[in-house]
Design a protein around this ligand. Structure first.
Ligand code: FBP
Length: 554
C-alpha cells in the first residue's frame, strides 16, 4: 500500500520561491519605516483601545543592509479559523527563517487554534515533523480553532505558557477575526511590558482580508481554482445532458469575492453578488424574479439547463434579511443563557422569536421554510458571526423559483421544464494542495513574519506585495494591525474588529462580470479550467487569480 500519493511525494520536494529581498537571507536585510498610520474608521475608539500598538508606521524590507539580530529566541505559532491552502507553508517559511537565523531557536506549535496557547497545549516543531508537511494542504500539522481571545485571564494564561517555553514572539495565522485576536494580544503584551511580540499572517479563502498593503489573503488562489475546476466539470455535464439547472453555493461568509472569481474563471449563466444585491436593495422576491426570468428566456431558446452561482453570504446582504438577522443576533445574544428558551421545542422557539421581532422581520421570519428558520437560529461562532455555511440558501432559492415558474406557466410566460440540482462547494476547496502561487506566497509570508519579529515589531501583519510579478520582484514588509480596524456590533455589543474588504461595485473585477452577464446568461460561454497544475509551463502553473490581475492592473 502507498503511504502518500505520487503527487504529494513530488510536492514535498517543491522548493517555494522567496519574495525578492527575503531571498538574500534572514540575516541580510534591513528594515525601513514609513509614516505613522491611522485606523481605517472609528479612529478615536480604536486609538483608545489599542494605545500601545496604535498608529505605527508601515514597514518595508530593503536590499541587503545591516544584518538583523540573530539573538536566540523561541517563537510560538497558531493556526486560526477556517482552513486555507498554504497554512503549512507559512509555518515552513517561519521555521526555516528561525533556524537559519540561529539553529538554537525553537518553534512551538499551539494545538487546535488560539485555545492551545491558553490551555498550554503545544508541540515543538522539528525538521522531522516540518518536512512531512511542506507544500501540503490542510492545517493538520497543529490543527485550528475559532476561540476568541479577549478575556484578561486568557491573556494571563497565554503569558504563563510563553514564559514556561521562553517564547518571545507569537505568530497568528488567520483571517479578520483571528488577526483581531492578534491585535488584542499584541496590545495586552505591550501594555504589560512582557517583551513578547505578536505578528499576524493574512489567511482566508474568502479573500476579504485585503487592502492597499495586503493584496490577497492566502488560500484564495487555490480555493477558487479548485471551485472553478468543479464548476467547469458541472458545466460540461449540464451542456452534455441538457436537463438540469445547477445551483451552486460557494463559500465566502460575507464578501462575494470567491463567487466573483469563480464566475470570471468559468462564465456561468447566472452569478449573484451579495454586495450588488445590497446596493440595489433587492428583496428575496426580486432575486427570484431575476433568476426565473433568465431560466424562462433560456427555455424559450430550447435550453432547459444552466448554471447559477450563489455566494454563501448572500442572505446577509438582502436588506430585509440583514435587518432581521441583526435583530436575531441581538436577541440570541440575550437568550444564550435563558434556560427556558434553550429547553424550548423548535416551534416554541419560533414563537418566542417572532414575538420579540418587529412586525416586518417577524413576518419575514414566519414566511421562511422551517429548515431555514432553524438554520438562522443556530449558535453564532465565537466571534458572533452567523454560520452561513449551514444556511441552505441555494435550496431556498430553488423552492421559491419553482413557485414562481409555476405562476409564470399559468400566465403562459414559461413553457419549458425545470429540473434542479443543488450543490455547496466550500470545504472541498479549503484543504487542497496549495497552488504554486499559494505555496510561494505562504512560504514568503512565514519567512517575512520572522523578519518582522527580529526587527522588534509588535502588532503587525506580514505583508508581501507586487504579487502579480515574479516572486523575485515581490516586496516584503509589515502593516500595523490597528490600521485595518473599525468598530462593529458582535454578540449584541460594539467590538473592535478588522474591517472586511467587500466586492467593489465600481472596481474592475465586478465590471468584468457586469459587462458579460447578459451574454453569459443566454449563450453558453462556459470555460472549463481543469485541475490545478503543479508541474509544467509557467503560463499554466504560476498564474494567479483574475481578481488579483484586474485589481493590480488598474
Ligand atoms: P475564515 O474566515 O476563518 O478563513 O473562514 C472562512 C470560512 O471558510 C467561510 O468561507 C465559511 O463560512 C466558514 O469558514 C465556515 O466555518 P467552519 O469551518 O467553522 O464551518
Amino acid at each position: 500500500m502507498r503511504e502518500i500519493s505520487p503527487l504529494q511525494k513530488e510536492r514535498l520536494n517543491y522548493n517555494p520561491k522567496l519574495a525578492g529581498v527575503l531571498a538574500k537571507g534572514i540575516n541580510n536585510i534591513k528594515l525601513a519605516l514609513g509614516a505613522n498610520t491611522t485606523s481605517v474608521q472609528d479612529k478615536e475608539e480604536i486609538e483608545k483601545l489599542f494605545g500601545h500598538v496604535y498608529g505605527k508606521p508601515i514597514a518595508k524590507f530593503d536590499a541587503v543592509g545591516d544584518a538583523l539580530s540573530n539573538q536566540k529566541r523561541n517563537v510560538g505559532v497558531i493556526l486560526s479559523g477556517g482552513q486555507a491552502p498554504g497554512g503549512h507553508n507559512v509555518i515552513a517559511g517561519l521555521f526555516d527563517a528561525i533556524k537559519i537565523s540561529n539553529p538554537e531557536n525553537k518553534l512551538y506549535g499551539f494545538l487546535g487554534g488560539p485555545s492551545g496557547i491558553v490551555d498550554g497545549k503545544y508541540i515543538e516543531l522539528t525538521s522531522e515533523i516540518m518536512d512531512k508537511y511542506r507544500n501540503t494542504g490542510g492545517f493538520d500539522i497543529i490543527g485550528s480553532g475559532r476561540t476568541k481571545l479577549e478575556e484578561e485571564d486568557q491573556f494571563e494564561k497565554a503569558l504563563e505558557v510563553c514564559k514556561k517555553l521562553d517564547i518571545t514572539a507569537i505568530v497568528i495565522i488567520g483571517g479578520d477575526d483571528s488577526n483581531t485576536n492578534a491585535c488584542l494580544l499584541a496590545e495586552w503584551m505591550a501594555k504589560n511590558n512582557t517583551g513578547i511580540s505578536v505578528i499576524g499572517c493574512p489567511k482566508t479563502i474568502d479573500g476579504d482580508l485585503k487592502n492597499d498593503q495586503i493584496e490577497i489573503s492566502f488560500g484564495f488562489d487555490t480555493a477558487t481554482k479548485t471551485y472553478a475546476e468543479l464548476i467547469g466539470n458541472i458545466q460540461r455535464d449540464a451542456n452534455s445532458a441538457k436537463k438540469y439547472w445547477h445551483f451552486i453555493k460557494l463559500m465566502g461568509r460575507s464578501a462575494s469575492h470567491v463567487c466573483l472569481e469563480a464566475a470570471l474563471q468559468t462564465q456561468p449563466n447566472i452569478t449573484l453578488i451579495g454586495e450588488e444585491v445590497e446596493n440595489k436593495k433587492q428583496s428575496l422576491k426580486e432575486i427570484v424574479d431575476y433568476m426565473a426570468d433568465i431560466i424562462a428566456r433560456r427555455s424559450d431558446n430550447g435550453k432547459n439547463f444552466g448554471i447559477a452561482l450563489i455566494p454563501e453570504g448572500l442572505i446577509e446582504f438582502i436588506p430585509e434579511m440583514k435587518v432581521m438577522i441583526a435583530s436575531l443576533n441581538d436577541l440570541l445574544a440575550g437568550l444564550e443563557k435563558d434556560e427556558s428558551y434553550k429547553n424550548a421545542s423548535s416551534n416554541e422557539k419560533y414563537s418566542i422569536i417572532t414575538s420579540k421581532l418587529d412586525d416586518s422581520s417577524s413576518k419575514l421570519f414566519n414566511s421562511l421554510p422551517s429548515t431555514i428558520k432553524a438554520q438562522l437560529l443556530m449558535d453564532r461562532d465565537p466571534h458572533g458571526n452567523v454560520q452561513v455555511s449551514k444556511i441552505e440558501t441555494e435550496k431556498l432559492l430553488i423552492e421559491m423559483i419553482k413557485v414562481k415558474l409555476d405562476e409564470m406557466k399559468k400566465e403562459g410566460k414559461f413553457k419549458g421544464k425545470f429540473a434542479d440540482q443543488a450543490h455547496f462547494f466550500g470545504y472541498e476547496g479549503r484543504c487542497a494542495a496549495p497552488s504554486n502561487f499559494d505555496a510561494d506566497y505562504c512560504y514568503s509570508l512565514g519567512y517575512n513574519a520572522f523578519a518582522l519579529i527580529q526587527s522588534g515589531l509588535n502588532g503587525y501583519l506580514s505583508s508581501i506585495k507586487n504579487t502579480t510579478k515574479p516572486a523575485s520582484e515581490w516586496v516584503a514588509g509589515g502593516v500595523p494591525l490597528t490600521m485595518m480596524m473599525n468598530m462593529e456590533r458582535r454578540h449584541g455589543a460594539m467590538k473592535p474588529v478588522i474591517k472586511k474588504a467587500l466586492v467593489e461595485l465600481d472596481g474592475p473585477v465586478f465590471k468584468a462580470l457586469q459587462n458579460n452577464r447578459e451574454k453569459w446568461a443566454m449563450n453558453d460561454c462556459y470555460i472549463f479550467p481543469g485541475a490545478i497544475q503543479y508541474f509544467g509551463p509557467s503560463s499554466v502553473c504560476d498564474i494567479t487569480t483574475i481578481t488579483l490581475q484586474l485589481e493590480q492592473a488598474k
